[in-house]
Design a protein around this ligand. Structure first.
Ligand SMILES: [Fe+2]
Ligand SMILES: [Fe+2]
Length: 481
């Protein structure tokens, strides 16, 4: 690719004056071809030449930031957009509370900031890699388009983090930007940094669960980084959150439509026992107990992303003014947590108990609690859908001790209800709680692609409204032969 012909003010929508920032421009020019190679190798497989009806962020104006049009994904305009500066913004928490927000990286917190940006940046391409096979089994063109929308925006989020690294962290920032393209989800020698981002996303229900749970973790992380005293990071994350809302919409409506279709098929067939899995499956829909198991898996994986409940790293990031709490500026306290406590679920003498910990070291737990509250609301909306059909079944979030790899409960086994089990019983019973190989095979067998405009796979209900107010039979993806 001949980079001399790339007009970056045209090619990359931005509000950071990119054409006049020669140093950053050169760094991005160096990175861009590797990014495109990565996208072609690891982005949606088999659809690089197809025309996809996508929204592109072209400005940060709340009323008109997105422009919809057909585009081939490798030609997508991955922009660099920061939410507008807030005049007179102060560091909202920590030891620098009340000092003017930093426009440059403070030397004493440089390593910490770089690490947080790299961890956030690493998740963005990881999810694209995890989802790259899904286009081939999309249940409709509508869903396929939503998948690709999420994918290109995760690509843009990578650009957002790479911009910060290249602009504010000099040579090691550029090296980190290269490393972000080198690691691969699930790779044995260069895996992505966080566990959930190395798991497979084998089917569309997994994709919806991922966007419901894991993108919601992303939202919580972005919310707390949006509080950062480092203003460019705050502004970057604030704008990313506008896109993240769509990712969670895809997850929530995807699960909701799956649940709805299952219930409708059961009602139409006169079945009222959700536990009669074989008969429900014979209808070509995903039975509710299996949906519950998928939910158990993805929720437990997402909880691990918050790290240990009690963490000095979290305390340090807060003290430093680098990473705050969810809605920090709306919280009524000293924003320094010098003497506050926070209740943490811990394993005490073989029992699960609430223990007061210094609030400063319990920040991961607090953010995770905020996250859980957000998840509960979504699950209640699924239950409303089920209720309306008359089917008697409720989805629930599993206990936080269930199926954990990180934190207080990593060395024990528990049921989704929070009852501790010994290892032998766990091994015998884990197929009751988590998707078994058989469940996975059944779901995989349902994943036949549907690519007629306006048509949907039997296992999922159509959406209530189209994207960008398009009619039901709109051709969201023009698949290249
Ligand atoms: Fe993202
Ligand atoms: Fe996302």
């Amino acid at each position: 690719m001949n980079l001399i012909n790339v007009d970056y003010s045209e090619k990359i929508p931005n509000n950071v004056n990119l054409t006049e920032d020669r140093r950053v421009l050169r760094a991005l020019e160096g990175w861009h071809p590797s990014y495109l190679d990565w996208w072609k190798d690891m982005g949606p497989e088999g659809f690089q030449e197809s025309l996809v009806y996508l929204r592109t962020a072209v400005s940060v104006d709340p009323k008109g930031w997105a422009k919809f049009d057909y585009v081939k994904m490798p030609d997508y305009r991955w922009g660099i957009l920061l939410a507008p500066a807030e005049e007179g913004r102060k560091v909202p928490f920590g030891q620098h509370h009340g000092e003017p927000a930093w426009q440059e990286v403070p030397g004493e917190h440089r390593a910490l900031l770089r690490r947080l940006i790299v961890i956030q940046g690493d998740t963005e391409p990881a999810s694209v890699e995890q989802q790259r096979h899904l286009g081939k089994t999309a249940p409709s063109l509508y869903d396929m388009r939503n998948l690709f929308q999420v994918n290109v925006e995760e690509g843009r989020h990578l650009w957002a983090m790479v911009y910060l690294l290249q602009k504010y962290f000099g040579r090691d920032g550029r090296e980190e930007a290269d490393e972000l393209l080198r690691r691969r989800s699930g790779s044995a020698d260069a895996p992505r940094m966080l566990g959930a981002f190395n798991e497979a996303t084998p089917d569309w229900l997994s994709f919806f669960m991922f966007t419901f749970f894991t993108d919601r973790d992303g939202k919580m992380q972005l919310e707390s980084l949006a509080q950062s005293g480092f203003d460019p990071l705050s502004r970057t994350c604030r704008f990313m959150l506008t896109e993240e809302a769509h990712h969670m919409f895809v997850g929530e409506t995807g699960i909701g439509r799956t649940v709805q279709r299952t219930c409708e098929a059961m009602v139409a067939a006169g079945m009222d026992d959700p536990a009669d899995i074989d008969r429900v499956r014979a209808l070509g829909v995903i039975d509710l107990p299996t949906i519950q198991k998928k939910l158990n898996l993805h929720y437990s994986l997402s909880l691990d992303l918050f790290g240990s409940e009690v963490s000095t790293n979290a305390a340090n990031a807060f003290n430093a003014g680098v990473k705050g709490r969810f809605r920090e500026t709306h919280i009524d306290d000293d924003h320094q947590l010098t003497s506050a406590t926070y209740p943490v679920l811990k394993l005490v003498g073989g029992e699960i108990k609430l223990v007061d910990e210094p609030a400063l070291t319990a920040l991961n737990m607090r953010l995770r609690d905020d996250y859980t509250r957000d998840c509960v609301k979504g699950v209640e909306r699924f239950n409303k859908i089920i209720e309306k059909t008359g089917v008697r079944f409720r989805l629930t979030l599993p206990h936080v001790a269930f199926h954990r790899q990180i934190g207080e409960f990593r060395n024990v086994q528990a049921t989704p209800a929070g009852e501790l089990l010994n290892d032998a019983v766990w091994v015998r019973r884990c197929d009751e709680f988590l998707p078994s190989r058989g469940d996975g095979d059944f779901i995989a067998a349902l994943m036949a692609p549907v690519s007629e405009p306006g048509q949907f796979a039997n296992w999922i209900a159509p959406p209530k409204v189209g994207i960008d107010n398009k009619p039901g039979d709109f051709e969201y993806v023009k698949i290249a032969a």
